[in-house]
Design a binder for this molecule. Structure first.
Ligand SMILES: NC(=O)c1ccc[n+]([C@@H]2O[C@H](COP(=O)([O-])OP(=O)(O)OC[C@H]3O[C@@H](n4cnc5c(N)ncnc54)[C@H](OP(=O)(O)O)[C@@H]3O)[C@@H](O)[C@H]2O)c1
Length: 313
């Protein structure tokens, strides 16, 4: 099994007992009740986007381990094939279906293949995402910064929902999990504009849609994640030094969302902050603007601008 799913913070204090206690207290907590999870998902069809790495990969392995048939979607097909093979070896059911959220055709084909093969979807985990922390001047001539974040975080997941939701509503059941970020609760930060605005836009859209779908039996959990140790957070030194969840623990938080179906899952500090931040908007913006002048762009971000690569923030 892939041990990178168990990676923790780079900072020794955060990785130690104190950091772990903070994460446990602040939450949200991974589901530890395997029996309940199996009771919920056994024999069901779960679709996980962004299942080639990180949280999506962990989620796919966990749900398949509990008896679900899991459809793994992402662009890196060789990773999906490898994960599917390992799930099958462990006795689980999974299929890899290529998905590029930036392509309308790919999203349609992904949804069509799922519906043709299984006829239904019980759980839809919107996990795929594209992070970007980059000074705006570096994006002036990079339309791909706008395109990749908008498509992976907003338009692609909207299209996929539009394709799969009708069947869920007709059947009168289904649960959607949106893996969002705690930062959408106070969504203004220099250099994070593309990422935060697209994550916030999808959060608003899917919550609005869920208000229409809930009376038909389709429910939604918005998971506002704090730091999670994946290839996404790795280039950002300060994020990977914070206390946070391993990808596997984050997968078990998604499992909690599926088994218990809360409307929200978020670190406890998010709620008081979401009230305080709008009240203190001006002083916080002044302070953040001042502090960010001392923070450069990550080496990964600068290197990908140089190479024309868009995979890493
Ligand atoms: N890591 C954190 O600290 C953190 C914090 C808050 C929220 N989140 C959210 O957590 C979710 C999972 O992220 P992660 O940390 O596990 O990152 P990750 O390891 O980089 O995984 C991101 C996944 O999204 C997929 N993806 C990206 N663009 C795609 C596209 N156009 N079409 C289809 N799939 C695409 C990637 O697959 P391919 O490249 O193979 O397509 C990959 O499987 C994301 O929504 C992220 O915004 C992460």
């Amino acid at each position: 099994m892939n041990t990178s799913l168990d990676a923790g913070p780079s900072n020794r204090l955060a990785a130690g007992p104190l950091g772990r206690a903070v994460v446990w207290l602040v939450g949200p907590r991974p589901l530890r009740d395997e029996v309940r999870l199996r009771r919920e998902v056994d024999g069901k069809i779960a679709v996980v986007t962004g299942a080639s790495f990180g949280v999506g990969e962990a989620t796919a392995r966990i749900l398949a381990g509990a008896g679900a048939t899991v459809v793994l979607g992402a662009r890196t097909v060789e990773r999906l094939d490898l994960i599917v093979a390992e799930i099958a070896e462990a006795g689980g059911n999974a299929v890899a279906v290529p998905l590029d959220l930036a392509s309308e055709e790919s999203v349609k084909s992904f949804a069509d293949q799922i519906l043709t093969r299984f006829g239904r979807v019980d759980y839809l985990v919107h996990n795929a995402g594209k992070s970007l922390r980059r000074s705006i001047h570096l994006s002036y001539d990079r339309p791909k910064d706008l395109n990749t974040t908008t498509s992976a975080n907003y338009i692609g997941p909207m299209r996929l929902t539009l394709a799969l939701l009708p069947g869920m509503r007709e059947r009168g059941c289904g649960h959607i999990v949106n893996v969002s970020t705690a930062a959408v609760m106070f969504p203004v930060a220099p250099k994070w504009g593309f990422y935060l605005s697209t994550k916030a836009a999808f959060d608003i859209w899917i919550r609005s849609v869920a208000m229409e779908a809930r009376p038909d039996g389709v429910t939604l959990t918005s998971f506002y994640a704090g730091a999670m140790f994946t290839r996404m957070s790795a280039p950002s030194g300060w994020v990977s030094a914070l206390p946070g969840h391993s990808a596997r623990d984050a997968g078990y938080i998604v499992a909690r969302a599926i088994a218990k179906k809360p409307r929200t899952l978020a670190p406890a500090v998010v709620w008081p902050l979401s009230v305080l931040v709008p009240l203190l908007r001006t002083p916080i913006e002044i302070l953040t603007t001042f502090l960010y002048r001392f923070l450069g762009d990550t080496a990964a971000s600068l290197a990908s601008v140089k190479k024309g690569d868009d995979r890493v923030a």
